[in-house]
Design a protein around this ligand. Structure first.
Ligand code: AMP
Length: 566
């Protein structure tokens, strides 16, 4: 049985497989390797994923969702066509689409996948990803950190011993920095850092705000579909700034009265705070790994937003060398996930590389804060597994009772870096009975074991009575109960997916609808007529007729679109 590697990205997702000693990228139903992580739910409760759904962002904003990876592991609901969905459910639609693409490409059923997650994903987010796989009918026995996957596709294991790498991943909505070393057949992540709320979309936001302010407009002034159009147009401007200094934006919405000249320098100036936010995790990762920039042999760029020229220049300045970007930064993670899937399936074609990973945050418990005389500070955090510990890891620590005749120790479990527990994320709690004694006399031994899949096991032993407690973290924030999972499965089973064969035609219709909305007068009328004709030809159900119509209609749209982005 084949195992596929999946990069479940914030903006785009991709999928690949290890076959006959090499990575083979899997095209989607439109023949593309990148599938936008966008979901549209039609009135008929039919799910549309990918490029077609992205077209619908403009025409049907209330029924289309994107960038939901940010809400993985939270119980935030996203409303589409009058029904609520979680990020897990929406992600499962994307995974289902990739699974179908892989099955069509390979000609066999696919039931297992290795899925990548950002190194900074919390327990809840990792579990949410595994669950999304399960809802999509995929067994996810292994998650892989995105930088590890990227390093594998750059063949870290074929470099000389002690090669030190930094992987800098700026995607649509997340930023990750990881420092790795290849040594004695082991790929080691030394440190990782990042920002879960920083990505290419934030740079886009800057351009959108700049454009609106140049027109004395604000978001409140625009209808939602006009605002979506501004986002699409500014995405295009952002990419043009990689090669030109000034972009003239002709009027494309009613409220825009004149051509607007946007300058790259202004963009770079406005983006300075974001560039500073990028520098900080880079410095943290270096400090945690006890390295200087000059110690690194290579800097690898991952994620579509690393194509921004001024970002590349900044990285080059920081490290005094050009970063490596010879593989497609949007596909390296999927490629690495496929290499990992190949390893997992024990395909002998790839050298056996043992991977180690790190825990991206500290895990620990609460201790009494003797200095908290006002009661405002609360408990202190005591880390048992420190951030950047190589995993799987098992560490223990001893704690003593805090008051005389204490009967119970309320052991609270946290993840985070703050000195005070109230600023960290609570993962669970165990009540431990201890014999009555003087303060400090009773001891408990607490062992934390953390594995590759982000599961935290806590073993506690009361030293005097030898009584043991065991707790596995399942109730991480946002995690679902079995009953909730079943309810989710039932809800999703009512939805339909379009047959694959329709994909191209559906995409053409979505494109035409979007163009129809963006044009006026004769052009609009022409689109209306061509669209009716095309829909009529499809209904004829005669394959040769449909094929000719598809080609003709596609040419018609291409001419109309001219230099449009999507
Ligand atoms: P990802 O999550 O890796 O798919 O990242 C997608 C992000 O990369 C989006 O924010 C895009 O705007 C950005 N991106 C993709 N291509 C380019 C480009 N040529 N120039 C600037 N940004 C880009």
């Amino acid at each position: 049985m084949k195992i596929i590697g999946i990069d479940l990205g914030t903006t785009n997702s991709a999928c690949a497989i290890w076959q006959e000693g090499e990575v083979v990228l899997i095209p989607n139903e439109l023949g593309e390797f990148l599938t936008p992580s966008v979901v549209h739910i039609e009135k008929s409760e039919t799910v549309v994923v990918g490029r077609t759904a992205r077209q619908r962002t403009v025409t049907h904003p209330d029924a289309t969702a994107s960038v939901f990876k940010r809400y993985m592991g939270t119980d935030r609901k996203i409303r589409l066509n009058k029904k609520d969905y979680t990020a897990v459910e929406l992600s499962s639609f994307v995974l289902q689409a990739l699974k179908k693409d892989a099955e069509a490409f390979l000609g066999e059923e696919v039931v297992e996948a290795v899925i990548s997650v950002p190194a900074y994903f919390s327990d809840a987010q990792r579990k949410a990803t595994v669950l999304a796989g399960e809802l999509a009918g995929l067994r996810v026995e292994r998650l892989i950190n995105e930088p590890t996957a990227a390093a594998m596709s750059y063949g870290l294991h074929e470099k000389p011993e002690h090669t030190q790498f930094m992987v800098v991943d700026l995607g649509g909505g997340t930023f990750d920095v990881s420092i790795m070393e290849y040594f004695e057949g082991v790929l080691e992540v030394h440190s990782s850092s990042g920002d879960n709320f920083l990505g290419g979309e934030d740079f886009l936001e800057i351009l959108v705000n700049k454009f609106l302010s140049m027109q004395n407009l604000s978001k409140k002034h625009l209808k939602s579909d006009d605002l979506q159009k501004v986002y699409l147009q500014m995405e295009k401007v952002k990419r043009e700034f990689n090669s030109v200094d000034v972009v003239d934006v002709e009027p494309f919405i009613k409220k825009q009265k004149e051509t607007v000249s946007m300058r790259r320098d202004d963009f770079v100036e406005l983006a300075k705070p974001l560039l500073q936010r990028i520098q900080q995790p880079v410095e943290t990762a270096l400090r945690d790994a006890e390295l200087m920039p000059a110690d690194l042999d290579e800097v690898i760029l991952v994620g579509g937003a690393t194509r921004m020229q001024f970002f590349r220049s900044m990285i080059a300045r920081m490290f005094r060398r050009m970063p490596s970007a010879n593989l497609d930064p949007d596909l390296v993670v999927a490629m690495g996930a496929a290499i990992q899937a190949g390893l997992k399936a024990k395909d002998q074609a790839l050298d056996d590389v043992v991977l180690t990973d790190v825990c991206p945050y500290s895990l620990g418990t609460n201790i009494v804060n003797e200095n908290d005389t006002t009661g405002n500070q609360g408990d202190l955090f005591s880390a048992i597994i420190e951030r950047n510990t190589v995993i799987p890891a098992s560490r223990s620590a001893r704690y003593v009772t805090a008051s005389d005749n204490q009967k119970v120790v309320e052991l609270k479990l946290y993840q985070g870096e703050s000195r005070l527990t109230k600023n960290n994320i609570k993962l669970g709690q165990i009540s431990i009975k201890v014999p009555k004694a003087k303060r400090g006399e009773e001891q408990i031994e607490v062992r934390f074991s953390y594995d590759m899949n982000g599961i935290l096991e806590v073993d506690v032993e009361v030293v005097s009575t030898r009584e043991k407690y065991y707790h596995m973290i399942q109730n991480a924030p946002g995690a679902l109960t079995e009953k909730e999972i079943q309810a989710s499965k039932d809800k999703l089973s009512q939805l339909k997916f379009h047959p694959r064969e329709d994909a191209m035609n559906r995409d053409l219709i979505a494109r035409a609808e979007r163009l129809f909305e963006s044009r006026i007068g004769d052009e609009r009328e022409n689109i209306r007529q061509a669209l009716s004709w095309f829909e009529g030809e499809i209904e004829s159900q005669t394959p040769s007729k449909i094929e000719n119509a598809t080609q003709e209609f596609s040419r018609f749209l291409e001419e109309l679109e001219g230099d449009c982005l999507f």
